[in-house]
Design a protein around this ligand. Sequence first.
Ligand SMILES: [Zn+2]
Length: 172
Amino acid sequence: MKPAICDLCLNDFRSEMFHAASGGDLVRFADYSPLDAGCAGHPHGYEWFCAEHLASAQALASLNYADAMARLFRQFGPFPEYPALAHSDPALWVLQVGPNPTRVFCIIRQAMALSPRQAKMLMATAPFKVMQAWPQAFRTWQQALEQAGASVETRYPSSRSALVESTAPPRR
Ligand SMILES: [Zn+2]
């Protein structure tokens, strides 16, 4: 089976697919040919598309794979080159500190092992990343932050977000 990377734009959504079963899906084209029983590999005409290109690919699923891809590239291409992923763990982000900044301050100091000054600076720059780990590993912190009234989000790394991060101006 191929990894969950968009066949059109090469956006890599393996992490989101693995952890949350979302981020895109497989499309079966007209010339799909299943693998023989017991055969390892990936069947022809059965490809991954990211959430952005999934609907367009599904709309062309009645065509052969090569014809559908030619149309999709005419419609959407060319694509920027996405950098390879440096890591694939999701990240816990605080979007808004909310009504109890003192409690949030204590939680992020513990979670991130920050000095009071560092924690203060970070809180002034919301949204900010708390940690990158398996979701099970940061669930306790996530719940504590939510109970303190902060709004939090789990962000899944993709090659597209890596591109945005690497081209974004540095914070602070
Ligand atoms: Zn795509």
